[in-house]
Design a protein around this ligand. Sequence first.
Ligand code: NAD
Length: 356
Amino acid sequence: MKIAVLPGDGIGPEIVAEAVKVLHALDLSFELETAPVGGAAYAALGHPLPESTLKLAQESDAILFGAVGDWKYDTLDRHLRPEQAILGLRKNLGLFANFRPAICYEQLVNASSLKPELVAGLDILIIRELTGDIYFGQPRGRRIAADGHFPGAEEAFDTMRYSRPEIERIAHVAFQAARKRSKRVTSVDKANVLETFQFWKDVVTEVSLQYPDVTLDHMYVDNAAMQLVKAPKKFDVIVTGNMFGDILSDEASMLTGSIGMLPSASLNANNKGLYEPSHGSAPDIAGKGIANPLATILSAAMMLRFSLNQLDSAQRIENAVSKVLAQGLRTADIYSEGTTRVSTIEMGDAVVKALR
Ligand code: NAD
């Protein structure tokens, strides 16, 4: 099994080091190869996704990714910015299905910004389409407006678009995932305003006919954003487009206590995947040794389960994470009175110890 390890920027190298430590503690043989990505790659090789890094990602069975981005690169041309690396990997590897589970660990119920009774036992899965929508749609750019409210004025524009096959394949992913859970899918759209999302709704409804055992309902994105904080446990599987999924999954992450707890998997049609925490590179805390490595460690568990077929090892990691939380160990983001504050490295060490 060959795993490409792409630590990236900010807290990326710190949290990926802990996930690698956990992988090494399993009795499995891996070939791990590390390569630069994002701002680190731009600084070293002049491009956020160098050819050599892309080649390694293409040749590997799975990719363990930290995070990319730093404010110091914000003035670069867009195609050279660190964030282009993750968009480039998604596009080149066809990683169209993003799985973001939002699970509230019993031990962290009090770390959520919502009342404990609203989040206790929360277990939802957001499936976000990842290679289409307004993030990839062409044309886009800046120009002088030919019409609109201010003809002749400078304007910027992006294109929201989805094709039938793009919607069909993500809908199948959602219905199949729901079959392994409580058989409910909520498709989130903005069909009342956007043509693209009326089409989305129609196609998802058509695909649902192939899954009569799964209940489908539709919800507008503004209502979904509200329901997620009002009664999040009503949801099971949420399927939505790239932009709505980006926003709703971050919202859902906070229900669980901290974005530092949430793993994610981005898969292509062959189950090859890129595994990364749901959060970014957190430049505000980089280098301080306080970042929570659990989202990345749990992403490594998802990698073992989805791409490497090592189900027992995945479960061992997830059990070890529950165990360290039960022991009261907390990084700063999930710390509360009466628990023990630990550093990034101490949290990684504790997971390794719990594994053994
Ligand atoms: P962020 O997720 O990096 O940080 C948001 C807040 O959460 C910050 O206060 C941060 O300290 C905290 N946080 C994040 N991860 C944490 C962890 N593991 N432990 C403890 N606290 C944690 O989002 P942002 O600040 O909006 O973006 C920072 C940079 O990350 C930007 O350059 C952005 O473009 C990039 N980004 C990258 C990815 C990716 O690599 N996939 C995703 C999102 C944002």
